[in-house]
Design a protein around this ligand. Structure first.
Ligand code: SAH
Length: 220
């Protein structure tokens, strides 16, 4: 028998998630908080995980990949400092949840995913949400997406040994990249700001992400 999860209870869990996991941990940007209240995270997980969609941890989405913990999605989003005018490039579409969040807060989102099945999954998950500023692409995100460059913001949602050069090249001056950078099993969430002659870097929090693959990613 299908496990039914009551919509009202899902929406209560979503507001609780925002209060206890996101706001209480220090994210106070009201636009960001409101977006997390609005986007139905349970539509981005499979039915077997629906009841768990608002829990404080990552969940499997198939093909060995995960949808990140809500707080980490919120933290990365808040570090992007979106005003609504930006063109954003996301590497690692996965379930499409982070993509939907970005679409509410920016002008246009291009999201590149290496695994075609996941890009298709994201496309299905995003259907019916009335979002029309997302462009999904299949390919190696280490190459960026030159056709729509430059971008004001770039978000990498997989663990990068180093930020791929091509992405820095496709970033606008004064633009920022948010990415987990470091080892295969443990990384630092970093913000890179491209200034005229150099890159300014801030370290935010130790994190654990699935590995970035492709040209500048992990090969194992
Ligand atoms: N943001 C996603 C989380 C995805 S997990 C979400 O909200 O669900 C990381 C994703 O990065 C996986 O889907 C993985 O397939 C993808 N990925 C890994 N290496 C990649 C690459 N080089 N180019 C594009 N996508 C990549």
């Amino acid at each position: 028998m299908k496990k039914m999860v009551d919509i009202k209870s899902l929406s209560n869990r979503r507001s609780n998630m925002v209060e206890t996991q996101i706001k209480r941990r220090g994210i106070d940007n009201e636009r960001v908080l409101q977006t997390f209240r609005n986007v139905p995270r349970h539509k981005f997980v499979t039915e077997e995980y629906q009841a768990d969609a608002y829990s404080d941890h990552p969940l499997p989405i198939g093909n060995g990949q995960t949808i990140s913990q809500p707080y980490i999605v919120a933290l990365m989003t808040s570090e992007l400092q979106l005003t609504g005018d930006e063109k954003v490039l996301e590497i690692g579409t996965g379930s499409g949840y982070q993509t939907a969040i970005l679409a509410h807060l920016a002008k246009e989102v291009h999201s590149v995913e290496l695994i075609p099945q996941l890009s298709n999954l994201a496309k299905r998950n995003l259907l019916g949400l009335e979002i029309n500023n997302i462009f999904l692409h299949i390919g190696d995100g280490c190459m960026g997406w030159p056709d729509a460059a430059p971008y004001e913001r770039i978000l990498i949602t997989a663990a990068a040994p180093e930020i791929p050069e091509k992405l820095i090249g496709q970033l606008q001056i004064n633009g920022r990249i948010v990415s987990p950078v470091g080892g295969r099993w443990r990384q630092m969430l970093e913000v890179w700001i491209k200034e005229k002659n150099h890159i300014r870097k801030n370290q935010i929090l130790p994190v654990v992400f699935v590995p970035l693959r492709g040209a500048n990613g992990w090969q194992d």
